[in-house]
Design a protein around this ligand. Structure first.
Ligand code: ATP
Length: 430
């Protein structure tokens, strides 16, 4: 084998229906890896590889190159691990796609709506990967499905602490994933649904409503249906949130990855016309540590401001006067029922907008810029249900001068003046 740019190269000849799994070492100093398809055909999580093109994978990437017909590939550089596996659930995943495609065809014929699919399971079973696969397969056969991202910890669409929806118009890019243009994003504010389950359920309903409205006016979106990615929290309120999601989206299919109890519970609790399917997880899915997840979240925020790979963004830094913005936190701390004012319930406190007085402790917090119209009290009503139009990070607070310095993707002035604070912080090391 010929070395490329001084890198060692290793050739893998893959038999049909096998996959090459590899991981790129994590850490800033780690070397990137290149992958090239030499002969045959192969795909990475549902997106086809072009022959003789070098694909680059950065530190921490965990990749599977699957082939239906057999192929040979070259890896340039030293992977942390690399091995070929014959044991993959890809055929089951492809069959799932085929079944969903049948449902779309039927929907087209009968002038009905296409399948709404919810993907559930504990952490690290490959939920996001299965969603990506099913969406890419659907779009490859000409469909226009919608990705609904409810994983507030590891969102594939926007920064952490949000839920969102994205219309998928082309397969995921092999290196970069789905192109994220004009997603619909709502502020949740933290990385676990448990911090405010009422708000989480409320936002799930908001997404369902907007999606249904879109389906009414857009036939392709309606037939394409949606694939909903969920959080790995499958017990207690986390489970209830899944049931709520199934009902508010009126899902037709639930794919349960690698969790028999969850499968049985959902079969018991969801209406009989919902098809609940148990699927195995892929042995290739890599477990991620707490640190790894935190780093991935940080990276997602960094990407939002600075871009990634070939595309660099240049964020702006400027001062904002306290008097020019209104900052809120959604949800008051819960208090015992007996202390609630007459006629008020805990639900009201979890969805309540609590004004935040700017102070030093705002530093490093991520704030969502609400798309809600600026205005006084009256306008406050719709803020929780309004999508966000962007994010900023507070980098410095000067209480004397009553100003804060922010990092913003766009130059001043802010497009709107209602800001929602997240629990999530970002320290800009650039
Ligand atoms: P979360 O707990 O965040 O919800 P998840 O269940 O959605 O996780 P994924 O994000 O889909 O899991 O997968 C975890 C990691 O495993 C990802 O980095 C993904 O690229 C990798 N991965 C998935 N399938 C394979 C495979 N077959 N071979 C190698 N790596 C894989």
């Amino acid at each position: 084998d010929v070395p490329v740019a001084g890198k060692v190269s290793t050739r893998y000849d893959l038999e049909k229906e096998t996959e090459l799994r590899f991981e790129v070492e994590a850490g800033e100093a780690a070397e990137q890896l290149e992958l090239e398809l030499l002969t045959g055909m192969a795909e990475v999580f549902g997106s086809e590889l072009n022959r003789n093109k070098k694909y680059t994978f950065g530190p921490g990437s965990k990749i599977a190159v699957f082939t239906w017909q057999g192929c040979s590939v070259n890896l340039y550089g030293k992977p942390e691990v690399a091995y070929v596996s014959k044991d993959t659930p890809m055929l089951l995943y492809l069959n799932t796609h085929a079944a969903l495609e049948q449902m779309r065809k039927q929907a087209e014929r009968d002038n009905e709506r296409g399948p709404r699919v919810m993907v559930v399971g504990p952490t690290d079973v490959g939920k996001s990967t299965v969603c990506r696969l099913l969406l890419s397969y659907a779009v490859r056969v000409g469909r226009r499905p919608t990705l609904v991202e409810l994983d507030v910890g590891q969102s594939g669409v926007s920064v952490p602490g949000t839920v969102s929806a994205l219309c998928i118009e082309r397969p995921a890019d092999v290196e970069e994933g789905f192109s994220v243009q004009a997603p619909l994003v709502y502020h949740f504010g933290s990385t676990t649904p448990g911090t405010n389950i009422k708000l989480y359920n409320k936002l799930t309903s908001c997404l369902a409503e907007v999606f249904s409205q879109r389906c009414e006016v857009n036939r392709k979106a309606s037939v394409g249906g949606c694939i909903i990615n969920t959080c790995g929290w499958v017990k207690g309120s986390g489970y209830q949130a899944l049931v709520h999601c199934a009902s508010t989206f009126q899902v037709d299919v639930v794919l349960v990855l690698d969790h028999e109890r969850l499968y049985n519970e959902l079969k018991r609790d969801l209406p009989h016309f919902v098809r609940v399917v148990l699927l195995p997880k892929s042995g290739g899915v890599v477990e991620r540590s707490k640190e790894c997840r935190r780093d991935a979240r940080d990276e997602k925020i960094r990407e939002y401001f600075y871009g990634f790979r070939g595309v660099s963004f240049y964020p702006f830094s400027f001062e904002v006067r306290f008097s020019d913005v209104r900052i809120y936190k959604i949800g008051a701390p819960s208090i015992p029922d007996s202390c609630l004012p007459l006629g008020m319930s805990q639900d009201d406190t979890q969805l309540k907008l609590v004004p935040v007085t700017p102070g030093r402790d705002l530093t490093y917090h991520v704030l969502s810029v609400s798309s809600a119209e600026d205005g006084e009290e009256g306008a406050r009503k719709g803020i929780v249900e309004s999508p966000v139009c962007g994010f900023i990070v507070v980098t410095y607070v000067d209480t004397q001068a009553q100003v804060m310095k922010i990092l913003s993707p766009a130059p001043r002035p802010l497009p709107r003046h209602t800001l929602l604070i997240m629990d999530i912080r970002f320290m800009d090391m650039k």
